[in-house]
Design a protein around this ligand. Sequence first.
Ligand code: PNS
Length: 169
Amino acid sequence: MTGPESEGSQVRRAVCPGSFDPITNGHLDIIARAARLYDEVYVAVMINKSKKGLFEIEERIGLIREVTSEYANVRVEAFHGLLVDFCKQRDIPAIVKGLRAVSDFDYELQMAQMNIGLTGVETLFVPTNPTYSFLSSSLVKEVAAWGGDVSHLVPAQVLEALNKRLAKD
Ligand code: PNS
């Protein structure tokens, strides 16, 4: 079959990429919204060997799998390399990113333009829920490390993992 009918029958895929060290309620909100818009959503935990995280990649993946288990169309994978290659290998035409504030925009626009120039993959920006517009994994780690309450900012499983990890340090 050719034309619009065959295009309409294709699986619509998107990727939500990030470091997820660890996943926050802000990330989860974007993933959940992408899962409502697309047939299949990949959460790509991008490995950056020059950036040692608080959590190992496998721990990040385990936490993301737990907190996204209610979304049957979400799958979680780690990837070392360019995001556009992750997309090409899985036939993913769209990257979905949350935009928290104007300050995110410059760098996100640069990456979106680079990525579309490399392979034609599109980037779609979703406005972050205002409840989470200040939220980042780095701030969560910093506040938690000093004993601040982050229970409203991360899923319960992440809070537990954070407390365990920080108790060791
Ligand atoms: O959660 P982060 O750290 O803000 O996510 C940034 C991330 C991982 C999405 C971005 O650095 C990325 O896409 N890295 C993969 C390597 C790559 O494709 N770099 C070129 C970007 S134009």
